[in-house]
Design a protein around this ligand. Structure first.
Ligand SMILES: C[S@@+](CC[C@H](N)C(=O)[O-])C[C@H]1O[C@@H](n2cnc3c(N)ncnc32)[C@H](O)[C@@H]1O
Length: 294
């Protein structure tokens, strides 16, 4: 990582907070302060746009913040193939490529979107930042599943998650960016088994969910496929409560899932563990304990 030496500028709130973090009076007052540049993400002014393409929004920022928060783990994870499903403007895949490294670092990036305008806009955003990804117009990963099966090390998804009438799901234009059908789960529930197929043995999935999507139940479903999970970022506004959840294959969870094949029950201990991550969702205790979507 680049390391820079700068003079502490106390008028700059970011730097002044760094400078006072330790609170030590013995720190040199005017000497050079070691300063690590924050990792780069895509610059909004360089993100291309189109009236029919989803602009980076709170959910996009939450997903990038989750990736930033987990960046040290991601770098240690040493991924070879990273992919975004539903890339929209390209803000997220571009940020991921900037924070993990370009193609010459050995990482290959893929992005898909069902909206052809989003494919073009994503290519422009990537170009504007000097990074590259293979961007494909596809329904989730259609056409890539056999090529990438078991090979994707990092999969990121900010899906259409807003509860809407079923007939709005997958329609042409900007509505396909958010229309998620009943409980906002129609596209999410199609993505989960495909993610399971694409992810490598050590693959990680980062997915944005809304409280209305019943993220607890999504964690239960993924647990039945052998994935552990944790919330990386949570954001609540008056209108919505977003979670960015990370899923990864876990040997212990897989063993437990195999033992429970044929039953739809989740053990009370597991349920308690999951509920501890979603304390405000305990009203789903009963609904989340069985699965109708596995
Ligand atoms: C909420 S937007 C997220 C866009 C971008 N990833 C971001 O975070 O700013 C969801 C994106 O998924 C795309 N999408 C919707 N259904 C899809 C599908 N079945 N397959 C691929 N992409 C889809 C939409 O066109 C839209 O660009």
């Amino acid at each position: 990582m680049e390391e820079h030496h700068i003079k502490l500028d106390l008028a700059n709130p970011y730097l002044s907070s760094l400078g006072t973090k330790g609170g030590s009076k013995s720190e040199p007052k005017n000497g050079p302060v070691p300063f690590k540049m924050p990792p780069k993400t895509a610059q909004i002014r360089l993100v291309s746009s189109h009236p029919e393409v989803y602009e980076p929004c709170d959910d996009s920022f939450a997903l990038v913040d989750a990736l930033l928060a987990d960046r040290t783990n991601l770098l240690a994870h040493d991924p070879t193939i990273c992919m975004e499903v539903g890339c929209g403007s390209g803000y997220v895949i571009t940020s991921l490529a900037l924070m993990l490294g370009r193609e010459d670092s050995g990482i290959h990036y893929f992005a898909t979107d069902i909206n052809p305008h989003a494919v073009r806009v994503t290519c422009e955003t990537l170009d504007a930042h000097g990074v590259h990804a293979e961007v494909i117009c596809a329904d989730i990963a259609t056409g890539l599943e056999s090529r990438l099966e078991g090979l994707v090390d990092v999969l990121v998804v900010n899906p259409p998650y807003v509860p809407t009438p079923e007939d709005e799901v997958g329609c042409e234009g900007i509505a396909s960016a958010w229309a998620g059908g009943e409980n906002g789960r129609v596209v999410i529930d199609r993505i989960l088994p495909i993610a399971d197929k694409l992810l490598s043995e050590n693959g990680w999935l980062y997915m944005v969910t809304l409280a209305a999507n019943n993220p607890l139940q999504i964690c239960v479903l993924m647990r039945q496929k052998g994935y552990a999970s944790r919330i990386v970022v949570q954001r609540s506004t008056e209108e919505e409560s977003l979670h960015v959840i990370k899923f990864w294959r876990d040997a212990e969870v897989l063993r437990e899932a195999k033992e429970q094949v044929g039953t739809s029950k989740t053990t009370p201990a597991v349920m308690e563990y999951l509920l501890s991550q979603f304390p405000r969702m305990s009203f789903w205790r009963t609904g989340g304990n069985s699965s109708s979507n596995s």
